[in-house]
Design a binder for this molecule. Structure first.
Ligand code: URA
Length: 434
C-alpha cells in the first residue's frame, strides 16, 4: 500500500477500506507518513468526507493506536461524559459528584484547554493541591472507594490523534465532522467507560455553529460508540452565550460549588441535571431518564452532591475551605468593570468573544504549554435578555496582570450587543440523540 494512492483515492471521493485506514493510522502513530502527505490527506477528507464505515474504522484504529485504559476492576458500569467544548462550561465539576453520589462510577479523564474554550483539568488544577495525575491502580482504587476520580489524559492515550490534531490545527482542517467525531470518540473509547454521554454544543462559542451540523456530528459520534460496543447518548445544547456567569478557572470552581449548593445559575443547573440523568440511565441505576433526573435534583437539594465534591477534592489532595469567600482559592490581584454607555436590553453575548476575552486576561492559553493564571477570568453580570441602564457595570474582568485586564476588557466589550427590544429567550436544550 502507498500513501500517495490513498490520498488520490480520497481526493477522488472514493471509499477507503478498513485495511487502508489502519495503514494510515499506523503511519501516523509511528511517524512514517510525513506531515505534508498527512496534510494532503486531511484536506481530501475535509472536502470529500467519509461514510459511516470509514468513520468507524478511523475511530477504532485511532482508539487502539496507544494505551487503552482498563477499567475492568471498577465495580459497576462506568460512565463518562464529554462536552464538545464551550465557554464557561463547568458542568463536569457539577455532574461528576452528582452521578457518583447516586452510586454510578465515573473514571474521568479530561484535557487542558486551548484557545477560547477552557479545559476541565485546568479548572480542577485551580484548586490548591489538587492532583490531576494518579497512577492507574490509585485511579481505579479511588473510583471504587469514592465512585469518582478526575485525572488528566495520559500522554500515550490516542497518540494518532495528537499528531493529527496538531496538523489539522495548522492546515484549516479542524472543522470536518468525520475528523472531529473520530478524534473525540477515539479518546472516549480508549478511556474505557461503557456508557458515554456527549454534550454537543451549538452556537457562537462552539465548533458547530448551527444545529444541522451539530446533529450530524452527534449522530456520527453515537454510531461510532455503538460500533465499539458502548452505550452513547448525545444531548445537543445551546452555546450562543456562555454557560453560567463565570468564565475562568477558579471563578468556575466557585460557580460549580454554588450550583452544588443549589445557588447556581439556572442554565448550568438545567444542563447538569439532564447530563447526569442520562449518565444514571447508562450506568444502570434507572430505566427512565425522568426518574433519574428526579434523583439528581434530590441529590442537589440535600447537599449530597456537594458532599461528594468535597470527598473527591480531598481524595485528590485538594484544599478548599467551603465557608470562606472564594473557598480559600487565591483571588485576583486586579479587577476592572466593563460599563455600558447606553440603556437597553442585552440582545447578544457572543460566547467565543467572551472566551477570547477571558483568555486575554490570562485564563487560557494561546499555544500548547502556555501557563495559565487561575485567578483570571470574567464575571458576566448581565447576559442576554437582561435590561441595563447607562453606566451599569455589565461584567467584571479579573487577573494578575493589569495590562492584560485592559486588553481583555476591550475584547469583552465586543461580545455584547444591545437593543431596545427584549430578545426572545432561546431554549438551552435542543435535542437528544440515542
Ligand atoms: N475536540 C477534540 O477532541 N477533537 C476535535 O477534533 C474537536 C474537538
Amino acid at each position: 500500500m502507498n500513501v500517495q494512492d490513498l490520498i488520490i483515492k480520497k481526493r477522488d471521493g472514493q471509499e477507503l477500506t478498513r485495511e487502508e485506514i489502519e495503514f494510515l493510522v499506523d503511519g501516523i502513530s509511528n511517524g512514517t507518513i510525513p506531515d505534508y502527505q498527512l496534510a494532503a490527506w486531511l484536506m481530501a477528507v475535509y472536502f470529500k468526507g467519509m461514510n459511516a464505515a470509514e468513520i468507524r474504522h478511523l475511530s477504532l484504529a485511532m482508539a487502539y493506536s496507544g494505551e487503552v485504559v482498563d477499567l475492568s476492576e471498577v465495580d459497576g458500569i462506568t460512565v463518562d461524559k464529554h462536552s464538545t467544548g464551550g465557554v464557561g462550561d463547568k458542568t463536569t465539576m457539577v455532574v461528576v459528584p452528582l452521578v457518583a453520589a447516586a452510586g454510578v462510577p465515573i473514571a474521568k479523564m479530561s484535557g487542558r484547554g486551548l484557545g477560547h474554550t477552557g479545559g476541565t483539568i485546568d479548572k480542577f488544577e485551580a484548586i490548591p493541591g489538587f492532583r490531576v495525575e494518579l497512577p492507574h491502580n490509585r485511579f481505579v482504587e479511588q473510583v471504587n472507594r469514592v465512585k469518582a476520580a478526575v485525572i488528566s489524559q495520559s500522554g500515550n492515550l490516542v497518540p494518532a490523534d495528537k499528531r493529527l490534531y496538531a496538523i489539522r490545527d495548522v492546515t484549516g482542517t479542524v472543522e470536518s465532522i468525520p475528523l472531529i467525531a473520530s478524534s473525540i470518540m477515539s479518546k472516549k473509547i480508549a478511556s474505557g467507560a461503557r456508557g458515554i454521554v456527549l454534550d454537543v454544543k451549538v452556537g457562537s462559542g462552539a465548533f458547530m455553529k448551527n444545529k444541522e451540523k451539530a446533529l450530524e456530528l452527534a449522530k456520527d459520534m453515537v454510531k461510532i460508540g455503538q460500533g465499539a460496543d458502548r452505550q452513547v447518548v448525545a444531548v445537543l445544547s445551546n452555546m450562543y452565550q456562555p454557560l453560567g456567569h463565570m468564565v475562568g478557572n477558579s471563578l468556575e470552581v466557585r460557580e460549580a460549588i454554588a450550583t452544588l449548593r443549589g445557588e447556581g445559575p439556572s442554565d448550568l443547573e438545567e444542563i447538569s441535571v439532564v447530563l447526569a440523568a442520562h449518565m444514571l440511565v447508562l450506568g444502570g441505576r434507572h430505566a427512565d431518564v425522568n426518574l433519574a433526573a428526579g434523583e439528581i435534583r434530590q441529590l442537589l437539594k440535600s447537599g449530597r452532591g456537594l458532599d461528594k465534591f468535597k470527598e473527591i477534592v480531598e481524595a485528590q489532595g485538594g484544599r478548599l475551605d467551603y465557608d470562606i469567600p472564594a473557598c480559600g482559592m487565591p483571588r485576583a490581584r486586579f479587577k476592572a468593570a466593563l460599563r455600558v454607555n447606553r440603556s437597553g436590553y442585552v440582545t447578544e453575548l457572543n460566547a467565543e468573544e467572551v472566551g477570547r476575552a477571558a483568555m486575554l486576561a490570562g485564563a487560557g492559553r494561546e499555544r500548547l504549554g502556555d501557563s495559565v493564571d487561575y485567578t483570571a477570568g470574567v464575571k458576566l453580570i448581565r447576559k442576554c435578555g437582561d435590561y441595563v441602564e447607562n453606566g451599569d457595570a455589565i461584567a467584571m474582568i479579573y487577573g494578575g496582570n493589569e495590562a492584560k485586564i485592559e486588553t481583555a476588557k476591550k475584547r469583552l466589550a465586543q461580545a455584547y450587543r444591545f437593543g431596545d427590544q427584549q430578545p426572545q429567550p432561546v431554549p438551552l436544550l435542543i435535542d437528544t440523540i440515542k
